[in-house]
Design a protein around this ligand. Structure first.
Ligand SMILES: Cc1cc2nc3c(=O)[nH]c(=O)nc-3n(C[C@H](O)[C@H](O)[C@H](O)COP(=O)(O)OP(=O)(O)OC[C@H]3O[C@@H](n4cnc5c(N)ncnc54)[C@H](O)[C@@H]3O)c2cc1C
Length: 492
């Protein structure tokens, strides 16, 4: 390897690619990142779509429960680097017909009060998990190969059992027993639907148990100005440690890159197989190409001339609004998605960042972030579906729309090739696929060729902006390629 031109090449500048790049650079290595798009950040970009002067949109992620609390970001510490986050008092909301919107406040007591008769069961479900929230985070965001810290003492084991029992209850047909009211059922299910999978199911229940617990602990914050601020802080750190990012540089084959001692791919599993085509062991190549894509999302970014006129004005207090109605309605819509049918009333996610971050409003206009769940590779324009869903709980919404940009699932890969067919999770999220992501192996990050690693959301722990996949992959590369066994500090 003496002919290496650079220590490490990273392909892709999403949060995981940047986490890997920063970790390698912090270990004193030379790092070069290649990004196919013209701007840096993958699923955490904030972009001017040209819909209205000065208005920018989070074209993928907008709300960041884990950008403060994931172990990678705890170490990297975005706040200490000057990033400002707004944390809405209400983490998420579930509008319902003919009754008040169910709200999950940052504060558990406020949530329980608002839920009325349903409040005590919500407290029973979540209060025990709030004693040691970090356990739930480590359990969910581990590499699924090492024994989680939390299992190393008796209270930790007890906590995992509490977490596991609650998760299992929401993954089983008996899911309505612990949560017996329509308000608590739908509030939980709105979060479960983030995994775009079967309801009830293990993947969706695990997602909801973790994210809802975090909602009552650190809350669900967003960076002031948009998600791009997270990426910008990572680029600044990378450059301060000698690394750099080249944009408009799509890598199709390993021969497109300079010789390096380590290659970390923030790509889809399929793309990784293509880049190392002809070099991977046959079994690895086969499993990467067979890694099943997940269900899809279709995106609509709106410009509005006033806030969304929610029937229950309390809805506007939430940073994220799950628009899908009751548990049964959302389960039916997700079942349609899984069966390959466009649901008449798709589960839709909505966020109005201006409510918490006035800097997002320009000349009286504001961005509205939305997306809805649709079948894989669905070519249908989602705009009218999302407008109808919001109108159901906010009549008059249509009149606030100034312009919008709509991207069907079948076109999502044009702005991020990891989102094949609109699969925003870069591979199916199921319990098995969280463990075997993208294949069943002792080292999920290794591509079976010395020095080649996958570091994207197609590896453990899961999708989301938390940097853990990139951090874990980089630590393996440091150990096996450079003999560096201790992860470098990422502190500012
Ligand atoms: C609509 C939508 C809403 C979301 N909402 C949230 C949310 O609110 N909160 C949250 O935590 N998560 C959310 N997510 C998920 C989150 O954005 C992703 O899980 C996360 O960005 C994954 O990070 P990553 O680094 O693995 O990949 P990505 O962010 O997808 O980045 C991959 C990067 O690699 C580049 N690339 C790929 N292949 C190549 C190649 N061959 N050559 C060069 N460059 C390449 C791509 O252009 C891209 O920039 C959302 C995603 C979408 C699409």
């Amino acid at each position: 390897m003496s002919n290496a031109e650079v220590d490490a090449v990273v392909v892709g500048s999403g949060p995981n690619g940047m986490a890997a790049a920063v970790t390698m650079a912090r270990a004193g290595l030379s790092v070069q990142v290649y990004e196919a798009q013209s701007t840096i950040g993958g699923g955490a970009r904030t972009i001017d779509l040209g819909l209205a002067p000065g208005i920018t949109h989070d074209i993928c992620s907008a709300v960041h429960p884990l950008a403060i609390s994931s172990p990678f970001f705890v170490d990297f510490d975005l706040r200490a680097r000057g990033l400002e986050f707004t944390t809405p008092e209400v983490s998420y909301a579930q509008p319902l017909d003919d009754q008040p919107t169910a709200l999950a406040f940052h504060d558990l007591d406020a949530t329980v009060d608002r839920l009325g008769a349903a409040g005590p069961e919500w407290r029973r479900f979540f209060a025990p998990l709030l004693d040691r929230v970090d356990d739930a985070i480590w359990l969910s965001l581990g590499d699924k190969r090492s024994v989680p810290e939390t299992l190393r003492d008796v209270p930790g084991i007890a906590n995992v059992m509490k977490f596991g029992l609650r998760l299992l209850s929401q993954a089983s047909p008996a899911w309505n027993i612990p949560l017996s009211h329509e308000s608590t059922q739908s509030l939980f299910t709105g979060v479960a639907a983030h995994a775009i999978g079967g309801l009830p199911g293990m993947g969706t229940a695990a997602t909801a148990t973790m994210l809802s617990t975090v909602a009552h602990a650190g809350g669900w914050p967003s960076p002031v100005g948009g998600s791009q601020a997270i990426i910008d802080a990572m680029v600044t750190d990378l450059e301060a440690h000698g690394g750099s990012v080249t944009t408009n540089a799509r890598i199709d084959h390993v021969s497109d890159m300079p010789a390096a001692r380590a290659y970390l791919l923030d790509t889809s599993a399929l793309n990784a197989a293509q880049i190392f085509s002809g070099l991977l062991p046959a079994n690895v190549d086969k499993s990467l190409r067979r890694f099943k894509q997940g269900n899809a999302a279709a995106k609509v970014d709106f410009v509005l001339n006033s806030p969304v006129p929610w029937t229950d004005p309390e809805t506007a207090r939430a940073g994220t609004i799950h628009v899908g109605g009751t548990r049964q309605q959302m389960a039916a819509a997700e079942a349609d998605v899984i069966a390959g049918r466009m649901p008449a009333h798709p589960v839709s996610l909505v966020s109005d960042p201006t409510v918490f971050d006035p800097s997002r409003e320009v000349n009286g206009l504001r961005p509205l972030w939305t997306y809805c769940h649709v079948p894989f590779d669905c070519p249908i324009d989602p705009a009218e579906y999302i407008i109808r869903q919001i109108e159901r709980f906010a009549p008059g919404f249509r009149d606030t729309i100034v312009s919008y940009n709509s991207i069907p699932a079948s076109e999502m890969a044009a702005h991020n090739q990891n989102y094949i067919g609109g699969d925003i999770a870069t591979g199916l999220v199921s319990f098995y696929r969280m463990m075997a992501r993208p294949r069943m192996s002792w080292d999920n990050y290794s591509l079976g060729v010395p020095g080649a690693y996958l570091c994207s959301a197609a590896t453990p722990p899961a999708p989301g902006v938390h940097g853990m996949n990139g951090w874990f992959a980089a630590q393996r590369a440091l150990k096996t390629r450079f003999g560096i066994t201790e992860a470098p500090s990422l502190a500012p």
